[in-house]
Design a protein around this ligand. Sequence first.
Ligand code: ADP
Ligand code: MG
Length: 220
Amino acid sequence: MNAADMTSWIRHAAELVTADVDRLTRLDSAIGDGDHGHNLDRGFRAATEAVSGGALPADAPPGKVLVAAGLAILSKTGGASGPLYGTALRRAGKALGDSASDGPSDGTEVDAAALGTALRAALDSVQNLGKAAEGDKTMVDALAPAVAAYETALADGSGLAACVRAAADAAAAGAEATVPMQARKGRASYLGSRSVGHMDPGAASTALILRALADVTGEG
Ligand code: ADP
Ligand code: MG
């Protein structure tokens, strides 16, 4: 993946979030305060603006695109999810290298191993910041199995597109698996057992964002 592919990912993630705003709002209305759809829509629109139309230098490396997107989300997105997604993208970009000279290989192309390292860095940052473990009914329940599936596919010798597809499928399954869970982190945890029976909105949006990545890498 090069910088243009990263930009396409952010833009397509914004499209999928916009298309699903009402569903994300509904999910967050059931077990939160109903702002998740609009939080993310605002955040990914800002991220798209920050990476398109000459906002970055033409020779910006792929990591820089993700750092810029993350910073835009951090500055424009409220709620618990804004800092988590903003930091995750920023960390992923840093892991790829965000200056022209310190990226993987020649700094302009991200290979399957480098993207796996970036996704792992994103997960680590979400867990460092939010302290959620798998099973707490958060975005970690989509992101952690996604990263694990990516790494398994990579170890099996799959190329980048197939690794991403495995990650996106695992994120979707992980989001589904949050339905019977009781929330132990975030706003939904205030509901106790009443959080059971609803998909976690952040897990749903993580699945969307990884679906967007699969779409742009070609095996969506
Ligand atoms: P808020 O909960 O502040 O209204 P959002 O509605 O935008 O923020 O985001 C809610 C989502 O954030 C939850 O569905 C969950 O996936 C995620 N989340 C909340 N707290 C945490 C946490 N501590 N760690 C990881 N994810 C979390
Ligand atoms: Mg909310």
